[in-house]
Design a protein. Structure first.
Ligand code: SF4
Length: 300
């Protein structure tokens, strides 16, 4: 009999809960809700919301005809000011789902930019949150995520450099980014804008990872938060696997072991964790708690 348990601290962060609540509230009022990009980095949850009527649209929607009653939902990653300006010009109704933690980063970056500092974000330059922050600095902020990116940095040695973080990267990656710029000889001012929901889980997650033979980290492959949490688990327990959904489970992982811990990122819905637990209980322990509609996985 396997011991199979879900991490009590796994599940949606406040920012994701909020944006999903906004989507569901407006959908239940009969509005056509269009999310500007994937609402969260989790396809099964997006599919669940699509079944309620949510539409996913791209930025060209800001140049198209808008039907009465349509509302455009800004996701938790936030947007640059131009998005809000274009929507206002075209009288598009907006619901701002920007996470308050991201709004704070945007404000901090803009204030540094207005003081005349050169803003550098340690984060992925094509990530929606980073693009939003760059927009809040009138397109003048720059982003680095690897040493390779340093060659593209354009910094004036006579001006101060201000560094902040994409909220969901690891503290180690942030520290590395800061050191790279310091090593170029710049005096830097650093503001730690990492999300405490993510970094605050490290210690608990390390303990959780040590308590089970195998750890399953459930979350989207595009989710920075999931990748980071997986790296935390893996540093403690080498038998930690990142899966997006139950179809990615390899049952050979459980040969000769006794316990499985299931955890998830800030964008992993609690129902997915329960579903994966039910599938494992069914397949490994012979429990018949699967709800109708949850497909069985055939052991290979
Ligand atoms: S991980 Fe943090 S910054 Fe990102 S949406 Fe959740 S609470 Fe906001």
């Amino acid at each position: 009999m396997y011991k199979i348990e879900i991490d009590g601290r796994a599940g949606f962060c406040g920012g994701v809960k909020r944006v999903i609540r906004l989507a569901e509230q407006n959908l239940s009022q009969g509005k056509t809700v269009k999310s500007l990009g994937d609402l969260i980095h989790n396809d099964p949850e997006i599919n669940r919301l699509k079944q309620q009527g949510l539409q996913i649209v791209e930025h060209n929607v800001l140049e198209q005809k808008v039907e009465d009653g349509d509302v455009l939902l800004i996701r938790a990653h936030g947007e640059p000011p131009i998005t809000f300006e274009m929507a206002a010009e075209r009288e598009i109704s907006l619901i701002d789902g920007t996470c308050p933690v991201v709004t704070k980063s945007q404000k901090i970056a803009r204030e540094a930019y207005l003081r005349g500092e050169q803003v550098v974000i340690v984060g992925k330059k094509f990530h929606a949150e980073v693009k939003g922050i760059i927009g809040h600095c009138d397109g003048k902020a720059q982003a680095i995520m690897s040493e390779e990116d340093l060659k593209d940095l354009r910094l004036d040695p006579n001006l101060p450099v201000f560094i902040l973080a994409q909220t969901t990267i690891s503290p180690q990656d942030f520290q590395k980014g800061v050191e790279w710029i310091r090593n170029l000889g710049f005096q830097v001012r650093v503001h730690d804008t990492l999300c405490r929901f993510v970094t605050g889980r490290d210690k608990d997650l390390q303990e959780f990872s040590a308590a089970y033979d195998v750890i399953l980290v459930v979350g989207g492959h595009k989710s920075s938060n999931t990748k980071y949490l997986h790296s935390v688990c893996k540093s403690i327990n080498p038998n930690s696997y990142h899966i997006e959904d139950e179809t990615e489970i390899d049952f050979h992982w459980f040969d000769g072991i006794h316990s499985i811990g299931i955890t998830g990122s800030a964008s992993t819905p609690p129902w997915m964790l329960e579903q994966i637990k039910a599938i494992l209980e069914h397949q490994l322990n012979g429990k018949h708690s699967l709800e109708e509609g949850v497909s069985e996985i055939v052991q290979s």
